[in-house]
Design a binder for this molecule. Structure first.
Ligand SMILES: Nc1ncnc2c1ncn2[C@@H]1O[C@H](COP(=O)(O)OP(=O)(O)O)[C@@H](O)[C@H]1O
Ligand SMILES: [Mg+2]
Length: 292
């Protein structure tokens, strides 16, 4: 059943039978930049162990929501919890539980892959005695063992993204948050990034929260998705539930795509590129150019 309001997100956070504990729960989260209500009453629950996709066009508020969950932005109103810890009051506890791959590239091209990951190991307090082994393990988990001692500046776009994945994984997070991890990558490199995420997940049971505007990718890799538009989740469910829900409403024979579902939810307002303006396109292009 495809629910189209935040109410179901709250119900899931309370422990719907069969649903895991909440890895993330946001309730009535707001965040504004001046007059722009980037996040506007967001309700969201990510269950422990699932891959949850936060989908939406540029400007929908995905990055802002993610930055509140990672504690990089304060929570002005509403409540954000990560495995039960309040993001406003227990920032360090929250940070220790999560790994984060930001939308803007964060690897240093003047360091080797190994040095980049080692830096994160230090920042995230990986015990000194374990560091070298954990760095090597993270690099090998993303398929970069052989390239570990090359400068990151010589890596392809897909390798840079996998390096950032290793940076986020070195602290053995229970929750991995990825903001547009495959933007600007070719289809093979995109699949490659996902294969590595899924392998780590299978080995550790880590929860994954990912944002993307590639609907096909969400359809393939996410257990559940939330369609975000104008600062709020407007539809929530498994990709299949959402597609079947629309098919039933329309009485159509062919199963619609997630993109069709999105258009149904967001209506024609999607065509004005949501609230995303020049700023969003520019920042997306910048990332895409650097990995391309
Ligand atoms: N630092 C900022 N200053 C001003 N406005 C911002 C800033 N970051 C985001 N916004 C605006 O907030 C809205 C949501 O942006 P964002 O969270 O980046 O969306 P998404 O990640 O879905 O593309 C957009 O209208 C965007 O222009
Ligand atoms: Mg974004």
């Amino acid at each position: 059943m495809a629910a189209t309001s935040g109410a179901s997100a709250e119900a899931a956070a309370d422990g719907t039978p069969g649903a895991g504990r909440a890895a993330v729960s946001c309730s009535r989260l707001d965040y504004a930049f001046g007059d722009t209500r980037a996040v506007d009453g967001l309700d969201l629950a990510v269950h422990e162990g699932e891959v949850f996709g936060l989908l939406g066009p540029n400007g929908a508020g995905k990055t802002t929501a993610i930055r509140c969950i990672t504690t990089l932005l304060p929570v002005p109103t509403g409540m954000v919890r990560v495995f039960g810890h309040d993001a406003a009051k227990e920032r360090m506890a929250v940070r220790r539980l999560l790994g984060y791959v930001p939308q803007q590239l964060s690897a240093d091209s003047g360091l080797t892959g190994r040095e980049n990951v080692a830096l994160f190991a230090r920042v995230f307090d990986v015990p000194r005695r374990e560091r070298a082994a954990r760095v090597a393990q993270a690099l090998s988990a993303v398929g970069l063992a052989d390239a570990a001692d090359r400068l990151a500046g010589t890596y392809s776009g897909g390798m840079v993204r996998r390096l950032e994945l290793a940076q986020a994984l070195v602290s053995a997070p229970r929750l991995l948050i990825l903001d547009e991890p495959t933007i600007g990558l070719d289809p093979i490199a995109r699949t490659d990034v996902w294969d590595h995420i899924n392998a780590v997940r299978a080995a550790t049971g880590m929860t994954v929260l990912v944002t993307t505007h590639y609907m096909d990718e969400a359809d393939q890799y996410c257990d559940r998705v939330g369609l975000m538009h104008r600062g709020r989740v407007r539809a929530l469910g498994t990709p299949d539930e959402l597609r079947r829900g629309l098919a039933e409403r329309r009485g159509a024979d062919a199963l619609p795509t997630l993109e069709d579902v999105f258009r149904d939810v967001a209506g024609s307002s999607l065509d004005d590129n949501s609230k995303g303006g020049f700023r969003d396109v520019r920042s997306t292009r910048r990332t895409a150019r650097r990995v391309g």
